[in-house]
Design a protein around this ligand. Structure first.
Ligand code: OSB
Ligand code: MG
Length: 369
């Protein structure tokens, strides 16, 4: 595919309700949408970055900057024979995974459409449906305030509940949940809000039969996580600490975690997400697909990667109705029995609605070979 044209957009969508984590609350979500045209075919990609550098150092502004000044110049006019040729072409650019992921995703969509197949099949996916859980943000009213959302998710069939925690809102949430729902699969996500000084808390959390605790310690650490994992029975899952297949190999071999959350954006695209999946599968470590409130394009990419055989745990990729007032792509993903269907249409299996894309675009850049 000879890359003839690339479009980079800052798109802002509004969540139906605000979402609070250990680093703050948000309702407007800013992602970067990339369109690539080659050989008369169009592919779409999404960088699910953030407006603030709190979860990741990247923002939508750094993502657009790196695309405009480094990634687009490296690939515009180039003839790539396979999407997997993108990562080596941009390897000397350190970091900035969301910029790489947006273009990488567009190339997978484009290549699959050119061949008339699905991205899932091109990646080696084997499932027709993927298991789905929900990620619930913190609520000022603690566990009681979370109950309506938990009951709604369980009524819809979701396979597990993930609760965000932060110091002061942690053990009480696990305790409240277990009293009310003794058998329901539960996990907690700390988004790096703790240190090894909190070891007694994590030892107490062993009593609540948690599927896992996600990213309890620093975003850039695997050493302290290894110390913590040795001291507790609950499996540790890493999110923020893992940026590549190599990071996953090191973390698993060191014993820093037993499970890895694979996010397409955080690792720089579908190509690297697949490699990370393979590294974990070789080590017998289960993985699941994380989310960052993806729009319809990124959600479809999450479903595609989660169709690979190593994704044996329910992920954070929920039905479209849990997210945006209006989305930019159709059709939405509907949950049934706690699972989402892997699309059968060509490419990512979703279509961008031009009128909505325009309406929610904040800014746009266009590059031609
Ligand atoms: O830590 O998994 C996380 C959202 C934005 C950034 C980080 C995280 C999350 C979520 C939401 O947990 C998952 C989703 O429903 O998309
Ligand atoms: Mg997380």
């Amino acid at each position: 595919m000879k890359i003839e044209r690339i479009e980079v957009r800052h798109v802002r969508l509004r969540l139906k309700a605000p979402f609070e984590t250990s680093f703050g609350s948000k309702q407007d979500i800013d992602h970067v949408i990339v369109r690539v045209d080659a050989d008369g075919v169009t592919g779409w990609g999404e960088g699910a970055c953030q407006a603030t550098p709190y979860y990741s150092p990247d923002t939508y502004q750094t993502t657009i900057h790196i695309l405009k000044d480094f990634i687009v110049p490296a690939v515009l006019g180039q003839d790539l024979s396979w999407p997997g040729e993108l990562p080596p072409a941009v390897r000397k650019i350190r970091g900035h995974p969301y910029a790489k992921a947006a273009l990488d995703m567009a190339l997978w969509d484009l290549e699959a459409r050119r061949r008339g197949v699905t991205v899932a099949s091109l990646l080696g996916g084997t499932r027709r449906r993927i298991e789905s859980g929900v990620s619930l943000g913190l609520e000022a009213g603690g566990f009681d305030a979370l109950r309506p959302a938990i009951d709604k998710a369980l009524a819809a069939g979701y396979k597990r509940i993930k609760l965000k925690i932060k110091p002061g809102q942690d053990e009480a949430l696990a305790k409240g949940f277990r009293q009310q729902y003794p058998k329901t699969a539960l996990m907690l996500d700390a988004n790096s809000a703790y240190t090894l000084a909190d070891l007694p808390l994590f030892e107490r959390l062993d009593a609540y039969d948690l599927m896992m605790i996600e990213q309890p310690l620093a975003h850039d650490d695997i050493i302290d996580h290894a110390t913590l994992q040795k001291a507790v029975r609950t499996p540790i899952c890493l999110d923020e600490s893992i940026h590549s297949a190599a990071d996953g190999r090191k973390a698993l071999d060191l014993g820093a975690c037993r499970i890895i959350n694979i996010k397409v954006g955080r690792v720089g695209g579908l190509s690297e997400a697949k490699r990370l999946h393979d590294v974990c599968a070789e080590r017998g470590a289960p993985v699941w697909c994380g989310g960052q409130h993806e729009f319809g394009i990124g959600r479809a990419a999450n479903v595609a990667i989660a169709s690979l055989p190593g994704f044996t745990l329910p992920g954070d990729v929920s039905g479209s109705d849990r997210y945006y007032v209006e989305d930019i792509a159709e059709p939405p993903f509907y949950v049934q029995d706690g699972t989402l269907p892997v699309p059968t249409g060509p490419g990512l299996g979703v279509e961008v609605v031009p009128e909505r894309l325009e309406r929610f675009t904040v800014s746009k850049l266009e590059f031609r070979a």
